[in-house]
Design a protein around this ligand. Structure first.
Ligand code: GLV
Ligand code: GLV
Length: 330
């Protein structure tokens, strides 16, 4: 295990596996990780662990399963794992609502300038100003009744859409796969091209996995299509957005604000240009970060590893083609 996980799931694992755990808060060094992987039948990993083909090849054939503690698996070389017959599992479903909640927290925080407002009150500027209530103080933008554009309409995108209905929003979406028409009707969501979505939305929010197709889908050209009054929200993966283009767009006023939980470099270095901008709300990749959700994710990791140990296909297998290469179990 490249890190301890919350809850009692690890205790259940101990009936099936001898557990060795990295105890640091920072990720284990890559070379150390390779050495440890070579001694392991199974690994539990975080999205900050680089599980590349070199590591997988070095650890194969002993290593048979990588159980990722996250829904996104872009840190794992899935093709390479499949070729080597290594099972890769993730933790979908249990984190859907938590990530959708955080997405909304960012939308509201950007629209109503909550972080700036908190700084103003806490820092004493409000008290010193002598202004009590003022007609022009910290004015934001409306969310209710506006148009939201959801890029990536999987489990999380749909959970964001369900919340948007409560705000009486027009819901546009673009996705690799179009939803069945009954689901579209239920969500009241309209399928449009990416360009149309960017042109028409007041809130643009990203819920796609990071793949070669989605890397930098939001670049300079796409940001220029957005309304000057619109905001961009990203709780998926940093690599989906070109950071330099986003900084430019925010500085030049091509868009009005951004709410970001993910970055192409994590942790975001101190003094990063994004931290200099008032119209941005930043969070340290905590989309799934509620106590209950993180415990449920740990249970899924344990369930996947135990199923594999019992010779069953794990419930959350990501590289499903691997079953044709090798059957589950040790
Ligand atoms: C978190 O980013 C996850 O993919 O679960
Ligand atoms: C504001 O507090 C209002 O009463 O409108």
């Amino acid at each position: 295990m490249t890190r301890g996980l919350p809850g009692n799931a690890i205790e259940e694992l101990r009936s099936y596996y001898d557990v060795y755990m990295w105890k640091g808060d920072a990720p284990p060094h890559y070379d150390f990780l390779v050495d440890e992987a070579m001694k392991s039948d199974a690994l539990t990993t975080l999205l900050s662990d680089r599980i590349d083909c070199n590591l997988l090849k070095s650890a194969s054939p002993k290593l048979r399963i990588v159980a990722q503690y996250a829904v996104g698996c872009d840190n794992v070389d899935l093709e390479c794992a499949t070729r080597l017959g290594i099972y890769v599992t993730n933790t979908p479903g249990v984190l859907t609502e938590a990530v959708a909640d955080l997405t909304w927290a960012l939308i509201m925080a950007v629209a109503r300038r909550i972080v700036e407002a908190d700084r103003y009150v806490r820092g004493g500027d409000w008290g010193r100003s002598g202004i009590g209530w003022h007609p022009m103080l910290l004015l934001g933008t409306d969310v209710y009744g506006k148009t939201i554009g959801i890029i990536g309409m999987g489990r999380i995108g749909q959970a964001v859409a369900r919340r948007a209905r409560g705000f009486d929003m027009r819901i546009l979406y673009n996705s690799r796969r179009r939803l069945p028409s009954d689901v579209e009707r239920e969500l009241d969501a309209e399928y449009v091209s990416l360009e149309e979505l960017l042109r028409d939305s007041d809130v643009v929010t990203l819920h796609v996995p990071l793949t070669s197709e989605t890397r930098h889908i939001i670049d300079e050209g796409k940001l220029r299509l957005m309304k000057r009054t619109a905001m961009l929200v990203n709780t998926s993966r940093g690599g989906v957005v070109s950071t330099s283009a986003l900084v430019k767009a925010l500085k030049k006023g091509w868009i009005s604000g951004a709410g970001l939980d993910v970055f192409d470099e994590e942790p975001l270095p101190p003094g990063h240009p994004l931290t200099m901008l008032d119209n941005v709300v930043l969070a340290p990749h905590v989309g799934s970060g509620t106590k209950k959700t993180r415990e449920r994710m740990a249970y899924l990791v344990a369930e996947n590893l135990i199923a594999f140990h019992l010779g069953r296909v794990p419930p959350n297998l990501v590289n499903t083609e691997v079953v044709d290469i090798r059957s589950p179990g040790f």
